[in-house]
Design a binder for this molecule. Structure first.
Ligand code: PHE
Length: 343
């Protein structure tokens, strides 16, 4: 038989043996019987000696090539068997069909829930939800809101100043100015967001808190619209029987100004020993009023044509009342057990 035919036949038997070898021991037997010292390839190699001298080098090379490819095939088969063994061992020790334990999901923070509900209510009434910067120049925080540098009302805002004229906003009212600066009337926006004041932390106060600002400026807007809008808001948050009342107040950027109260949802206005409203039957939401003509004028809104109202409420306060939480600090500690109660 010619050398090539001999090798082809040998290779076919080798491949078949490889295919049958199902474990390392069999694989080794195949290796020894074909490639070992007294294996079949060695026998073929010995035959080279009988060839004419000039054919020997090329015959040697042919055999070497076949040996190299057989060794590669052996390695491959070994790898495949190893992988198969690994997978079998996995599926013996791990049940891959077993359902994974559920990963715990987070829940919405009460501040977020109340903010979403408020924004949803106002969006349905045609207001745009806008956000503003937490670092503002004093111009937006005070000057443009009719609070000049020497005005005592600045004191009440107990602000954190970053530089001489830059501060962490103590209220969301600067966005009234930015809105009127950027858009001609009519405008209707609400602005939820963080505010900062130099307040000592206790059950009711925190140096960081959230407000929601509302601003509506258009023709023929009056206080009655404000009361109707806020009554709807309180009913959405606290239930269908909520009432809203105004108490006279003072803010430099509104005239007239009012504090807004709503029925205490805990005692339903009965007062008495109620600890949530301290017996008054009412809960204070924050400030409001008709936008001061000076502010409108500065924003180049003609106060003879346009009028508007604004309000600014603390969102923590709304959340504490809604969920009957007794201490504002609970809202910032973020204990998972506490947060998991809300969804
Ligand atoms: N910005 C005021 C505050 O934080 C609240 C307010 C807003 C009052 C809008 C009137 C109009 O105290």
């Amino acid at each position: 038989m010619r050398l090539e035919d001999e090798l082809r036949e040998l290779r076919a038997r080798f491949d078949a043996a490889l295919e049958r070898a199902a474990d390392p021991k069999h694989l080794d037997e195949v290796r020894v019987s074909f490639l070992g010292r007294s294996g079949e390839v060695t026998t073929v190699r010995r035959g080279i000696g009988k060839l004419p001298g000039d054919e020997r080098p090329s015959a040697g090379k042919t055999i070497n090539d076949v040996v190299a490819s057989m060794e590669a095939a052996l390695g491959e088969r070994e790898g495949a068997l190893q992988r198969a063994r690994f997978e079998t061992s996995l599926s013996e020790s791990i049940d891959v069909t077993f359902p994974a334990p559920p990963s715990p999901l987070g829940s919405l923070h009460p501040i977020r829930i109340v903010t979403n509900d408020l924004c949803g209510y106002f969006e349905r009434h045609g207001f745009a939800v806008v956000l503003g910067p937490e670092i503002e120049p004093d111009y937006y925080n005070f000057d443009a809101l009719n609070i000049p540098a020497d005005h005592p009302a600045r004191e009440g805002f107990d602000s954190f100043y970053l530089t001489e004229h830059l501060l962490l906003r103590p209220h969301t009212s600067p966005m009234q100015i930015r809105t009127m600066e950027d858009y001609p009337p009519p405008v209707a926006v609400v602005v939820p967001g963080k505010c900062y004041r130099r307040d000592a932390v206790d059950a009711r106060h925190s140096y960081m808190f959230h407000q929601i600002e509302g601003l509506l400026v258009a023709k023929d807007v009056h206080f009655g619209h404000l009361k109707g809008t806020l009554t709807g808001m309180c009913r959405k948050l606290f239930g269908p029987d909520q009432a809203v009342r105004f108490r006279p107040s003072y803010f430099p950027f509104t005239e007239p100004s009012a504090e807004v109260d709503t029925t205490c949802p805990r005692c339903r206005g009965a007062g008495g020993p109620c600890r949530m409203c301290s017996g008054s039957g009412w809960i204070e939401l924050g400030g409001s009023g008709m936008v001061h003509p000076n502010v409108l004028q500065q924003m180049e809104y003609d106060p003879d044509i346009y009028s508007g109202w604004a309000f600014g409420f603390g969102i923590e306060r709304l959340a504490l009342v809604r969920y009957d939480i007794d201490d504002i600090r609970r809202l910032f500690e973020n204990q998972p057990e506490f947060l998991a109660q809300f969804s």
